[in-house]
Design a protein around this ligand. Structure first.
Ligand code: MCA
Ligand code: AMP
Length: 444
């Protein structure tokens, strides 16, 4: 078997079985995956980077494993990305799209172990998304620390249905299984029925998924045979925590992270769990809460799981660190005496979390302003019981409907970046300097 960096269990092959991996209803063994990944590796070897259409499929897994095998960074493209977002990602990364045929098989000897493995595009408060460079070393360190915290082993069957172009679904949800040797069942979509039917021991979901599971009582009860339910990517509301506990018998483990840092803080399989608490720093990670009078401040982190910078943006990379070398998460946190972290908010209201997706208000505003009828636009996140936050757009525009604008954004960017509510105003509230004042916008 060739040595695939990061993917210890896949390389070792001793945990191989005919149903090692199921993605959206199709199943394969490690041997079959390695053959398909080998064919990708041959094709991409020597490229500076390549992009894969990151649908929920065995093809995406083979593409990413092929990149690791060849030592070529992979840029996973959100499959629903519209032309504006797609062009930006391909141009900014310099990656060409390489199609993957899972039926193609080839041997490939394997590449050196270290260096850039993934470039994941993620939104800031303004402008277009930036490419976050994630190394093999950072992923290996993070997955080992999570395996330690969650007692995650080859005995587990991991179940989730999250997108394969973010850290949660791809790094934890696919590469984690191929490093630990746990079986993987990716359900295609993260629906309550599919989670209930999968019969796993370890489940991953964003809070929106857990909210929907709790609303589907039979599905929630069906998870009682699992070992561990894990929530992350956004705050898990207390009623959802309690609903899961009451219906499935499991208190969910909550963990916290970012694309730039991978997962840094988590509750442990053998430790306390409570609503609103995201646990303690993972093995190897150090955290601090920036000084403030009330013990609440910006969470800053250091450790081996951090990114290798924003692709081609050294100033933005430098700006994301304090002068004394700590990564600034932009999240506001408090730490209990026992080291338990609570995330209490975000420093900027211009970063929206909807359904676990991170969306920059500026990117959506720019998409709206590209519509000929729109003169001004201000985008905010409004509290939503299912999505956590719902994108709301306030626009100054004539001769266009709210639905037209929603569809316009969904078509240019990714579907999940579309405003769910559009409100028309005669003008945006501004201060004396003429700057729009989002906090003066009328309630939704
Ligand atoms: C609706 N649709 C439209 C439109 N309206 N299509 C085009 N134009 C429109 N105007 C269609 C969509 O194409 C889709 O079709 C269907 O409606 C449902 O889409 P949507 O309403 O957006 O789905 P949802 O129900 O709101 O999705 C909830 C979700 C999703 C499934 C929970 O938000 C999700 O997958 N979230 C996971 C995000 C995630 O993994 N984040 C991790 C990043 P069709 O159904 O046919 O597709 S965070 C991270 O990585 C860090 C490190 C961490 O901490 O984890
Ligand atoms: P992303 O880069 O898409 O992974 O988004 C990272 C952001 O998600 C963080 O900066 C937090 O704001 C948020 N986040 C992730 N996990 C949690 C959590 N367990 N509780 C609260 N916020 C979270």
């Amino acid at each position: 078997m060739p040595e695939v960096p990061v993917l210890t269990a896949l390389s070792r092959g001793t945990e191989d079985r005919a149903d090692a991996l199921t993605v959206a209803g199709r199943t394969c063994s490690y041997e079959e995956l390695l053959g398909a990944a080998g064919a990708v590796a041959r094709r991409v070897s020597g490229l500076a980077a390549f992009a894969v259409e990151a649908t929920a499929s065995l093809e995406t897994v083979a593409g990413v494993v092929g990149g690791l095998l060849a030592g070529v960074p992979v840029v996973p493209l959100p499959p629903d990305a519209g032309p504006a977002e797609r062009e930006h990602v391909l141009k900014d990364s310099g990656a060409e799209v390489v199609p993957v045929d899972f039926a193609e098989r080839a041997d490939f000897a394997g590449a050196p172990a270290g260096g850039a493995a993934l470039v994941l595009y993620t939104s800031g408060t303004t402008g277009a998304p930036k490419g976050v460079v994630i190394t093999r070393e950072a992923m290996a360190a993070d997955l080992d620390a999570l395996a330690d915290a969650w007692q995650w082993t080859a005995e587990d069957t991991l179940v989730h249905g999250l997108p394969l172009f973010h850290v949660h679904g791809l790094v934890l949800g696919v590469l984690g299984a191929l490093r630990t040797g746990s079986r993987l069942v990716h359900t295609g979509r993260p629906t309550p029925e599919a989670y209930a039917a999968a019969g796993g021991t370890l489940y991953f979901g964003v809070p929106t998924v857990w909210h929907r599971v709790v609303r589907d009582e039979a599905a929630a009860r069906a998870l009682s045979g699992a070992r561990l339910l894990v929530s992350g990517s956004a705050p898990l509301p207390a009623p959802v925590f309690e609903g899961l506990r009451d219906l499935s018998g499991h208190q969910p483990v909550e963990r916290y992270g970012m694309t730039e840092t991978l997962i840094t803080v988590s509750a442990r399989a053998d430790g306390p769990r409570a609503p609103g608490a995201v646990g303690t720093a993972l093995h190897g990670v150090t955290t601090r809460v920036a000084e403030s009078a009330d013990g609440i401040g910006e969470l800053q982190v250091q450790g081996p799981t951090l990114f290798d910078g924003y692709l081609g943006r050294p100033e933005a990379t430098a700006a994301s660190y304090t002068d004394d070398g700590w990564f600034r998460t932009g999240d506001i946190a408090a730490m209990d005496a026992d080291g338990t972290h609570r995330i209490v908010g975000r420093a900027s209201t211009d970063l929206i979390k909807s359904g676990g997706y991170r969306i920059g208000a500026g990117e959506v505003e720019n998409a709206l302003l590209a519509h000929p009828a729109v003169r001004e636009a201000a985008v905010v996140g409004a509290a939503d019981p299912d999505l956590g936050q719902r994108i709301v757009a306030y626009v100054v525009a004539d001769g266009v409907s709210g639905q037209d604008l929603t569809d316009f954004v969904a078509a240019r960017l990714s579907v999940h970046k579309r405003p769910r509510t559009v409100r028309f105003l005669a003008e945006l509230p501004r201060n004396a300097m003429g700057k729009p004042q989002k906090r003066l916008l009328p309630p939704v």
